[in-house]
Structures are given as C-alpha cells and as structure tokens.
Ligand binder design. Sequence first.
Ligand SMILES: NC(=O)c1ccc[n+]([C@@H]2O[C@H](COP(=O)([O-])OP(=O)(O)OC[C@H]3O[C@@H](n4cnc5c(N)ncnc54)[C@H](OP(=O)(O)O)[C@@H]3O)[C@@H](O)[C@H]2O)c1
Ligand SMILES: [Zn+2]
Length: 344
Amino acid sequence: MRAFRISRHGGPEVLEWVELPTPEPAPEEVLVRVRACALNRLDLWVRNGVPGHEFPLPLIPGSEIAGEVAAVGAVVRGVEVGASVLLAPGVSCGRCDRCLGGEDMLCREFGLLGEDRDGGYAEAIVVPGRNVLALPRGLSFAEAAALPLVFLTAWHMLQTRAVLRPFEDVLIHAAGSGVSSAAIQIAKLIGARRIIVTAGSKAKLVRARELGATHAINYRQDDFVTAVREITGKKGVDVILDHVGGETFERSLRVLGWGGRLVFCGATTAPEATVNLRVLFFKNQSLLGSTMGTLAELRRLLEFVEAGSLAPVVDRTLPLERAVEAQRALENREQFGKIVLTMD
Ligand SMILES: NC(=O)c1ccc[n+]([C@@H]2O[C@H](COP(=O)([O-])OP(=O)(O)OC[C@H]3O[C@@H](n4cnc5c(N)ncnc54)[C@H](OP(=O)(O)O)[C@@H]3O)[C@@H](O)[C@H]2O)c1
Ligand SMILES: [Zn+2]
C-alpha cells in the first residue's frame, strides 16, 4: 500500500511518500481500505514533535478515518467484509476497570490512531474490531471522516464535563477549528441562549453564524473581553470552550460568570497561564480539562448525525497524494471546519 509516513520530526518535508506492505489483521483486528482521512491539529503536533513527548516513529499520521472493510480477524463479530465504516479514533485495552466502566479514554493504554499507532494517511489500516462503526446513513466517506475525533471531543466537553444547560450562555473560541465547528452545533442542539464565538477572519465568522452562533467576534479587530461583557450585560458567560491556550486563557477567565465552567482540551498557543485562585473559589467556578470522550458517547452523537441535528463541516477534500499541501493549509489556518484527504 502507499502511505505518508514520518520517521523524524520537522516541517512538511518529513512527510515521506512510501510503499509499504499492507498490514495483516490480528485475530481481534479488522483491515480497512481507507477512503477518507480528515486532518487535525494533532497531525501537526505529531509531525513537528512535542517537547518532552515521544511518538512511536516511524508513524503514519491521521486519526479520523472512514473506509471499507477488506478483511476481518477470526474472533471479530459483527463486522462484514465490504461494509462501509467509520473508525473510532481511540484505542484502549477493553479489559481494565476504566474500559469496563465505560471510560475508555481514561484507560492507561489509551492511544489514538495516527498518534500512538499507524493512522489513516494510507491506503489501508488495521484497527481493533471494537473501533469499527457503521458509516452514518446518508454520509459520504469524506463527511464521515470529518466527524469522530472533533465531535466526540466537543460533545464530551460540553455535555459531560461542563454540562451546558438549555438557556445558558456559552463562549466558543476559534470557531473555525474542527473542535469548535462541532461545538457550535452541539451548543445549539443543547439549547444554549447566546452562542458567542471568536475567530480571526470575517469569512469564518459568517460560517460560524450559519452553524448557529448568535454573536461573532473578530478577535483581531475587537477585544473579546470587552465584546463579551457588552453582549452579556457584564454578567459573563456560563460556559467557555477554549483550546487556544495561553493566548486566551487568562482573558477568558475575566468573562466567566458566577458558577461558570471553563472547559479546555488543548493549548495551541502556550501551555501555561496564571489563575487567581481567590476569584475562582469566590465565584464558584470550575476549570475542566477534557480529552476525547467515550466510545458510548461517540455512538450516541452519531445518532444525532443520522437524524440531521449535527453535521460534519468539510472545508475541502484533497487526494491523499496532496497531504503536504493539505497540512500547509491547516498550518496557515485557512480552513473552516475540516480538511479531508480522499482515496479512490
Ligand atoms: N484533548 C483532546 O482530546 C483534543 C482533541 C481535539 C483537539 N485538541 C486540541 O484542540 C486544539 C484545536 O484542534 P483542532 O484540530 O480543532 O484545530 P484546527 O482545526 O487546526 O484549528 C485551530 C484554530 O485555532 C485558531 N488559533 C488561534 N490562535 C492560533 C495560533 N497561534 N496558531 C494556530 N491556530 C490558532 C485558528 O483559528 P483563527 O485563524 O480563527 O484564529 C485555527 O484555525 C488543538 O490544540 C488540538 O491539539 C485536543
Ligand atoms: Zn483499559
């Protein structure tokens, strides 16, 4: 099979176009012919490297994958050769207390396709049978690939960690990111009152409004702290979804209301921030770290996708061969939603 693989960290030049043997599925695994693989910010962390973190190189990146089942291991049940499928991006042991308790992303062996084992920038992939889900009805491979990691992350953040309630106000940063373009829709589904978003361009703000944002702030032109105070009559918001990190975190806290919850799943800009503990306890506020979500949550949210209440946001599709160009576009923050690689 052909694939993009990295053997060392660096710029786009470290993505090598290689010919590799097609992997063989173990008895509990499934071989999937990849038809689409969506990009994530994670792919850039994997390529560039993260100080203090070791990735298992050489590695094929790509965490969000849809395709067709090509072979099924001897002990896998309920997966048929030829079926169109979507892959859950998280792999866990399936045996520990966390896994059995339905918190698979807290399993000590938890890892992601494209980060901890080979991913989808390839013509084929092997995954545990448990990770194989039916392709949501009515979706193309590219649309399905644009879903699982970002919707699951946003779902877990708003539904499970921050418990956003109907008629609460929410602030969502980086509206054009994969995670936030999902989060806007989930906030709308929950019935949030004001869905305030930030982004770095007018075009992204227009798209965010189409998805359900009620107020859109161009943070390059306007200070979002002032804007949010104006919009909420100084009250601040009940929930903030942030993954920009150091650049926004401290200012976000300034518009978090009494009883507010700030939930974050990343720190794109910087991993450090200063927090005033007195304000935090006095206002009964919560800081909530969040990573991925459970397999059960993924299956649940896909029901809303099939019902048409949540929809993948595909910015563009490019053939796998153009993965370098696709990563450059993501790095330049050109996209609204997801950039998806496709294979015929
Ligand atoms: N823990 C988890 O489970 C989990 C899961 C998914 C993602 N994440 C993390 O969440 C973050 C978002 O991921 P994603 O894949 O949704 O991102 P993405 O699609 O690449 O979008 C990131 C957006 O952040 C905004 N941004 C603001 N400041 C930036 C800066 N200095 N450099 C780059 N972008 C900046 C950009 O929008 P503007 O141009 O409008 O500013 C950009 O489009 C990443 O840090 C990722 O690692 C974590
Ligand atoms: Zn486990």
